[in-house]
Design a binder for this molecule. Sequence first.
Ligand code: HGY
Ligand code: MN
Ligand code: MN
Length: 415
Amino acid sequence: MIDGHSLCAQLDALARISSQPDGLTRLVMSAEHRKANDLVASWMRAAGMQVHEDAIGNIIGRYEGLQPDAPALIVGSHLDSVRNAGRFDGPLGVVAAITGVASLQQAGERLPHALEVIGFCDEEGTRFGATMLGSRAVAGTFDSATLALRDDEGISLAEAMWGFGLEPAAIGKAKRLSPEVLGYLELHIEQGPVLESLGLPCAAVTAINGATRLAVTLTGTAGHAGTVPMAGRHDALCAAATCVLAVEETAKAVGLVATVGRLEVHDAAINVIPGDVHFTIDLRAARDEARLAALAALDAHMRAVCSARGVGIAITKLHELAATPCAPQIIAAIDQACSKLGLASHHLASGAGHDGMAMAELCPIGMIFLRCKGGISHHPDESITAADAGLGASLLLEVMRAPGLTGFKATSHNL
Ligand code: HGY
Ligand code: MN
Ligand code: MN
């Protein structure tokens, strides 16, 4: 079994790389992204990997197979975070993968396939709103319109890339070719309460729910709070409040999840009727038809609300990924690895989004979920036990080396 205590110590070291003095925030193309890549690169090298940073700032370590240039199983997760984050969402999958490779290196073991450990630069989309920038670039599905998105300081992704030492026009160089990638595997905390409630440490993920993210701008008429009669107002915040509650009601009515995570009143003042309001919608479902139907209903409802109030509405899609099934052969390999380690196997769908949704455009994907305390995530109280960390990393290693996982047969060749 891999020692979970040293793995957790590495996660603590990563968690100290933060732009937030009293917590963990690590954004893409930032000084913290640079520091995290450098620290992870040092661990990858110590594990015997060749390391490079790709054209969008993913950090990648390669551990050759029995023969040079064999196609690779990519294993990893993301190194960016939400604001005031927990320390396991993302980095657990990267550090566990490196630890697994280090175990192979110490044993002098080579697999038929190569292994590539990847620390994706941006899965959360915290800084620019669009998510999975790193995995989309690797899969070749990066949308260049994303380069124009701006952060809270008005810096565009393109400008931030130049500042990070990357050329936006070169992003295409990060794309991997299908023949060189056998599959993608990720260990991630469950970010939900199911495994803990069942008393199980881990599960194979069956599918990842589809998700859509929208940015909504409501344009009313700003005015004097003391003199404009109520009947004549075009209050953008009252329109927004009606829409926000409609998001919640729609989700409850259809049995999916939808969240308004950001709401800003521009030029806000206590004595001014709000004229310019922006909010976001994050809507997810296991079935794409349910998600798309709910979005259409919500779109119509919000436009009707705004029309009745004489408020303008503009809706921009920031991100959309379909519900993504995990590959049966990887689910089976996880189940076999569980029984090899004497663990009960369990299957669970993911309500959270993950880089595997983007990587599924390139190759078969699989995920292992690890229980986390109270299912808490996207919060400083996110936590796992060191024992579970070691168990998760050991299970990941078993799957990384699973015979037949990738179907790739190496010819016998010493390195
Ligand atoms: O939002 C999500 O589901 C993921 O944590 N990025
Ligand atoms: Mn994550
Ligand atoms: Mn997350």
